[in-house]
Design a protein around this ligand. Structure first.
Ligand SMILES: CNc1ncnc2c1ncn2[C@@H]1O[C@H](COP(=O)(O)O)[C@@H](O)[C@H]1O
Ligand SMILES: [Zn+2]
Length: 365
C-alpha cells in the first residue's frame, strides 16, 4: 500500500516525547537564531540535527542539544502546537504526548511554568479553528482541533484528542521526581493523565524513582515506564512489580521477563525505528513485534521521537506492514485495539470507537 493509505488511516499515538518530535525545520530555525546570538555555533549544530544514524549515547547527546534550542517558554508553546498539528495532519485521532517538566533558574523556568507553556501550546491548536467549530471549544476537555491545509481538498478539519503524560528523567533526584508527580496531580483537570519514566537507560537507579512512582500509582495516576531498553533484569522485574498500566520498548527481555510480562498482560508501546536506530534491537527481522503480534499480545505502534528519528506514525505503520507482511485491515485493527490501552475515560474511548467504526465501513472500498 502507498504511504497515503497509512496517512489517511485513523491512528492512536501513545508514546511520543515532545522534544523528540520537533520538526527539523523548526530545530534549524531555532539553531540559526541562537547562532546569531552567539550562544551556539550554527554549523556545528546543523550537522548534528540532520544526521540520521545515531547510537543511544548520541541520541541522548542530541536531546541535550535540543533542550538548549527549546529553552524558552514561548518556544515550548510553539513546539507543542506544531507537534500536535503534525500528528493531527496524519490522522492521529488520539495523542498522548509526554514531556519532562524542566526547571531552569537562569531563565525563570519552573516545572510548573514549563508545563503551563505546554498547556498554552495545546490551547493554541484549539484557537486555530475557533471560527469553524460547530460548538464552543471545550478547552477543559483538551480536545484540540487543527486546520490542516490539504492540497487536494483545500482546508479540512481534523480533530485530535490530546492528553499529557509527565516524564521523570532518569537523571533526576527523588525530590524532583516527586515534584513532577505532584504537578501532575494538580494539573489533572487540564489533561494530565499520567507519569512516564524515561531518559538515558544506563543512568540512574530504580530506587531513586520508585517512591515518586509508587505515590503516583497510589494517587490513581496512570503509569508507563521505559522498560528494558537495555539489559537490566533486576530493574525490569522491579518495574513490572509496580504494575504499570503500560510499558515502552521491552527490547532486552529474557525468557523469565517475557513470562512475567505475559502473565500480567501489560500492553507494550512498540517503537520500531527507534529500537533499530539505537541498536536496542539488532534488526527489524528479529524485532519482538512479530512474536507479540502473533500471540495477540496487547501492543501499540508508536513513534517515540519522530523528529530525532525522522519518522512519523504513518511511516511506522508502513514499516510494520512491509517488515511483517501485514495488510491494511490488520493494522487498522491494531490501531483500533489501542483504544483499550489509552489513559482516558470511557466517553473518549466510545467516541474513538465510533470514529474507527465509521472508517471501517469504507476500508475495503
Ligand atoms: C530513544 N529512546 C528513549 N529512551 C529513553 N528516554 C527517551 C527516549 N527518547 C526520548 N526520551 C526522553 O525524552 C526526552 C525528550 O523529550 P522531553 O524533553 O521530555 O519533551 C529526552 O531527554 C529523554 O529523557
Ligand atoms: Zn521513549
Amino acid at each position: 500500500m502507498e504511504m497515503e493509505g497509512w496517512v489517511s488511516m485513523p491512528k492512536v499515538e501513545l508514546h511520543a516525547h515532545l522534544n523528540g518530535s520537533v520538526r527539523d525545520s523548526t530545530l534549524l530555525e531555532l539553531a540559526r537564531v541562537l547562532g546569531e546570538k552567539g550562544v551556539i555555533v550554527f554549523s556545528d549544530v546543523e550537522h548534528v540535527i540532520l544526521k540520521n544514524e545515531r547510537s543511544l549515547t548520541e541520541v541522548f547527546r542530541l536531546f541535550d542539544l535540543i533542550h538548549i534550542l527549546t529553552t524558552d517558554h514561548k518556544i515550548i508553546t510553539r513546539i507543542t502546537k506544531e507537534v500536535i498539528e503534525d500528528f493531527a495532519s496524519e490522522n492521529v485521532v488520539y495523542l498522548e504526548l509526554r514531556t519532562t517538566p524542566k526547571k531552569n533558574d537562569s531563565i525563570g523556568m519552573s516545572k510548573r511554568s514549563y508545563l503551563e507553556a505546554v498547556l498554552e501550546g495545546i490551547k493554541a491548536v484549539n484557537t486555530v479553528d475557533v471560527a469553524f467549530r460547530p460548538h464552543n471549544a471545550d478547552v477543559s476537555n483538551v480536545k484540540s482541533s487543527s486546520l490542516i491545509n490539504d492540497t487536494c481538498n483545500g482546508i479540512t478539519r481534523k480533530e485530535i484528542y490530546v492528553r499529557l503524560l509527565l516524564s521523570i528523567d532518569r537523571r533526576e533526584t527523588t525530590e524532583a521526581a516527586m515534584e513532577t508527580v505532584k504537578l501532575a496531580l494538580e494539573m489533572r483537570d487540564l489533561g494530565v493523565v499520567g507519569i512516564d519514566l524515561s531518559g538515558n537507560p544506563v543512568v540512574g537507579e530504580w530506587m531513586t524513582f520508585f517512591p515518586a512512582l509508587k505515590f503516583a500509582r497510589e494517587q490513581g495516576l496512570y503509569i508507563t515506564l521505559h522498560c528494558g531498553e537495555v539489559p537490566n533484569p533486576k530493574e525490569i522485574r522491579a518495574m513490572l512489580d509496580l504494575l504499570p498500566q503500560r510499558i515502552g520498548h521491552a527490547c532486552c527481555f529474557e525468557e523469565e521477563e517475557w513470562k512475567r510480562l505475559k502473565s500480567l498482560n501489560i500492553p507494550v508501546e512498540i517503537c520500531l525505528t527507534s529500537n533499530i536506530r539505537t541498536n536496542s534491537v539488532r534488526s527489524i527481522e528479529v524485532h519482538h513485534f512479530a512474536d507479540l503480534y502473533n500471540s495477540k499480545y496487547p501492543l501499540v505502534i508508536c513513534t517515540d521521537d519522530s523528529g530525532v528519528f525522522s519518522t512519523s506514525l504513518s511511516k511506522e505503520y508502513n514499516l510494520a506492514a512491509s517488515a511483517f507482511g501485514l495488510g491494511r485491515r490488520e493494522l487498522f485493527q491494531l490501531a483500533r485495539n489501542a483504544i483499550e490501552y489509552i489513559f482516558a475515560d470511557d466517553e473518549v474511548k466510545r467516541e474513538l470507537k465510533e470514529i474507527f467504526n465509521s472508517v471501517e465501513k469504507k476500508l475495503d472500498q
